[in-house]
Design a protein around this ligand. Structure first.
Ligand SMILES: O=P(O)(O)OC[C@H]1O[C@@H](O)[C@H](O)[C@@H](O)[C@@H]1O
Length: 242
């Protein structure tokens, strides 16, 4: 399985597929990135900060990780803290309000190449699930017209309820495989974040496809991607359009 590349890969060779959501199925990583940018505007925040410290991680882990990059430590506070800036939770909740405001205002649609991949998998009877760190995964899927597409969604709410460690830990992906009834050694993970491809590698999955939405091919490979594409349309037979 070591030699698998974008040119030799075929969806039909695997039992199941586990997709990250933000940045893989929908362009919501851009909305998250924008909301984080507004939250941390006073800290010379750049897209590189998002990709390095925040992308793919659960909300409060992202806050902690960014603050640590600026040598700042805040108390965790309580998830019920009002949006503000005195605790990790208050900051995360403020960012969440910004995210939801943008999502409601602008809406979202799936990447065309991802939609066509989901159609191919459905036609082929290959089961798939969503494994997202986000607690907003269900409303994002609904906004994208995919509310009924996935029977299994392991999101930030499920992870918090079960006390699962966030990406780069493989816990969410392993639970997704278990609930889908597939063997990780014959299952594909699809991810755009460095923390996410690391989770795929850490879980011992057959293939972890990196989708480069800004992290960079080399960086995704370094963190555990088996191979990297710019868009999932590259893996559709006879289809190179996104
Ligand atoms: O704050 P939420 O919606 O629970 O999302 C947490 C994280 O979810 C991940 O899917 C995104 O890549 C991150 O950008 C985001 O911060």
């Amino acid at each position: 399985m070591d030699e698998i590349s974008a040119t030799t890969f075929a969806w039909h060779d695997y039992e199941g597929v586990l997709f990250d959501l933000d940045g893989v199925i929908t362009p919501t990583a851009e909305i998250h990135e924008h909301a984080w940018g507004e939250l941390f505007a006073a800290f010379d925040y750049t897209e590189a900060d998002y990709l390095r410290y925040i992308d793919g991680k659960p909300r409060y882990d992202g806050v902690r990780s960014f603050l640590a990059s600026r040598d700042i430590v805040l108390p965790d506070g309580d998830p019920l803290d009002a949006p503000g800036d005195s605790t990790v939770s208050a900051l995360g909740n403020r960012k969440n309000a910004l995210f939801n405001h943008i999502l409601e205002r602008d809406g979202i649609a799936p990447y065309p190449g991802s939609q066509r991949t989901l159609d191919l998998l459905a036609d082929a009877g290959i089961p798939s699930a969503i494994v997202s760190s986000s607690k907003n995964a269900v409303p994002v899927l609904a906004a994208a017209g995919l509310a009924d597409r996935f029977d299994i969604v392991i999101d930030g709410i499920v992870a918090a309820d079960l006390g699962l460690a966030g990406k780069p830990a493989p816990d969410g992906y392993l639970l997704g495989a278990q609930r889908l009834g597939v063997d990780p050694r014959r299952t594909v993970v699809v991810e755009d974040a460095t923390s996410g491809v690391a989770a795929g590698r850490n879980g011992g999955f057959a293939v972890t496809i990196g989708v480069d939405r800004g992290a960079g091919h080399a960086t995704l490979l370094e963190h555990g991607a088996t191979f990297v594409v710019d868009d999932l349309s590259e893996l559709l037979p006879g289809d190179s359009e996104s």
